[in-house]
Ligand binder design. Structure first.
Ligand code: ZN
Length: 277
């Protein structure tokens, strides 16, 4: 029995962009045009005052709270914790670490509704204490900045390694390899990260335009936010097999797809199905 994504798909693609900058609007429009899904990691203690005007030439331009709510709210993309004020978590006492995560999560849930259960580490730095603080605050996954150059599903979701950054010289090769991958046994995940202001700083919006064109619109790929994928894999891990391995029970509230001897099976919430036929 092999774990598959919804509808039996073998591949999933997700993006993760940080800091809540004005350039996220252009990025989101581009992703929407190609059906890609992104998680935007926000610092709710860093919104500039309403009506703020950034000086000419400033590239890192955070959005105001109202602009952020307008852009991300109800967009179909995910908002996630990037801490309240963007400190290096590893340098903080544990009480401050908890406050930075907890307050950001509370603010984002108040502003955007729903559950905020994901995060990305400011500066990508983390420690065992930071991982524990995230776990205590109810965070299910947190992204680092260490590229895996791989499509393996994350094993350690609180030390999540992306496939690569959009400026990675390997990006083109990784896209080709992901699209060409058809024979593999395991399910595959392409995880891209970055900051949208970097496209302006490096004058290379073409990188993400090409990425979206090439990677979007494939029926074989599940386009999902980080949390969609995290929750789905958490549910899939809870499937229970009978002693002889011929029946499988789904104890979760989420339909889960598996592949058995070349056929795709969907196990509905609470259902037990036979793998033998
Ligand atoms: Zn950041």
């Amino acid at each position: 029995m092999i774990f598959r994504f919804p509808e039996g798909l073998r591949k999933a693609l997700t993006l993760s962009y940080d800091d809540g900058v004005e350039q996220d609007a252009r990025l989101m429009a581009l992703l929407d045009a190609h059906g890609l899904k992104c998680t935007f990691n926000l610092n709710s203690g860093c919104f500039p005052p309403e009506g703020h005007r950034w000086p000419e030439g400033q590239i890192h331009r955070r959005m105001t709270q109202s602009a952020a709510v307008e852009l991300y709210g109800g967009s179909g993309h995910e908002v996630a914790v990037h801490t309240l004020t963007h400190p290096d978590l590893t340098q903080l006492p544990s009480t401050e670490m908890l406050r930075e995560i907890w307050e950001d999560r509370r603010n984002l849930e108040r502003l955007f509704g729903g559950m905020v259960e994901g995060a990305a580490y400011p500066y990508g730095t983390y420690s065992d204490a930071a991982v524990e603080a995230l776990r205590l605050c109810g965070i299910r996954y947190c992204r680092t900045v260490w590229s895996s150059h791989s499509f393996d599903l994350p094993q350690d979701w609180l030390r999540l390694r992306p496939t690569c950054h959009h400026d990675d010289p390997e990006l083109g090769r990784l896209c080709e390899a992901f699209l060409a991958d058809t024979a593999g046994f395991s399910s595959r995940l392409f995880y891209l990260w970055g900051h949208a202001y970097e496209f302006e700083a490096n004058n290379n919006w073409s990188v993400i335009e090409r990425f979206a064109e090439k990677m979007g619109g494939h029926e074989s790929i599940w386009y999902a936010t980080n949390l969609d994928i995290c929750r789905y894999t958490e549910a899939a891990k809870q499937l229970r097999l009978s002693a002889d391995g011929t029946r499988v029970y789904n104890p979760t509230a989420c339909a889960v797809w598996v592949e058995q001897n070349g056929s795709v099976l969907c196990i509905q919430p609470g259902e037990t199905i036979s793998l033998a036929d």
